[in-house]
Design a binder for this molecule. Structure first.
Ligand code: NAP
Length: 248
């Protein structure tokens, strides 16, 4: 069975590795955003497909039997394209999306629908912000001149950036000890992040809880109305069952 895994996440890498071991023919697709990506086993293609039509044509050309959208929960455009292109090409689509986070005792979370809402709320909560939203959302905070920002990203972030900011480079996973130290060292009094879910980047939420730091949490874009699983193991099972059925 020929599987296209739309990747760029740790889950996508682990899925591609697991499927390779189970003799699926896997191609992983990366957007090409990261200069030195961590690569999965099996074939890898890098770069956009050229929209819905480009992806649909790619699926037909390569005889793809199933697509797994294992992109980041906030990669909404790629997910929308996957839904539309698989419908055009008549190929089944499975979404692999880790579960979002839930607040526990001691958490001071403020859920907001998007980056603009987070920027509007921020000045009421703190002055020194750990902004951990990913590069695409930084522009929404660029006009907040009165606040100071700590930014963290794998590759250098592109302007527009907030006027008063410091950039630290880093790729998860991070430990709660390291995150606590980072918050303390920079005297962070509010954290902004997205409801990405997963273990790789959850430590900052633990550190914020322990230090009593409020968190502004950006909600996920709506999930598409297609079959979906939350773990790599569930995705493997779904694909094995599809292979046994001789799907599609
Ligand atoms: P996006 O806004 O949803 O997608 C924008 C365009 O990038 C897509 O239309 C597609 O171009 C291309 N693209 C995205 N993912 C691709 C993939 N896996 N393979 C081939 N082309 C892809 O995506 P994004 O938020 O910029 O994220 C880009 C990549 O980084 C994704 O693979 C995602 O899993 C990963 N990532 C994203 C985040 C995040 O915060 N958004 C965090 C960690 C990792 P065409 O229209 O030309 O096909």
């Amino acid at each position: 069975m020929n599987v296209l895994v739309l990747g760029g996440t740790g889950q996508a890498r682990r899925l591609a590795d697991a499927l390779n071991e189970r003799k699926f023919v896997v191609t992983s697709s990366l957007a090409g955003r990261v200069a030195v990506p961590s690569l999965p086993q099996g074939d890898v293609r890098i770069g956009g497909f050229g929209g819905v039509d480009g992806l649909a044509a790619w699926l037909c050309r390569h005889g793809t039997d199933v697509v797994v959208d294992a992109t980041h929960p906030f990669a909404a455009r790629m997910t929308a394209h996957a839904v539309a292109a698989t419908a055009v090409a008549g190929v089944p689509l499975l979404v692999l999306r880790r579960r979002g986070w839930t607040a526990g005792p001691g958490d001071r979370w403020h859920r907001v629908p998007d980056a603009a809402s987070a920027a509007a709320l921020l000045p009421t909560l703190g002055q020194r912000v750990f902004l951990s939203t990913g590069r695409g959302d930084l522009a929404a905070f660029a006009a907040l001149d009165g606040l100071w920002f700590l930014l963290r990203s794998v590759d250098p972030p592109q302007p527009p950036l907030p006027a008063r900011c410091e950039v630290v480079r880093g790729r998860g996973p991070f430990t709660a000890d390291a995150e606590r130290e980072l918050l303390r060292e920079h005297r962070i009094d509010v954290l902004v992040t997205r409801d990405s879910g997963g273990e790789m980047t959850a430590a900052k939420l633990v550190a914020a809880r322990e230090l009593g730091v409020p968190v502004v949490l950006l909600d996920r874009p709506p999930a598409p109305d297609v079959p979906a699983v939350g773990t790599v193991e569930e995705a493997v099972r779904w694909l094995e069952e599809a292979r046994e059925r001789g799907a599609p």
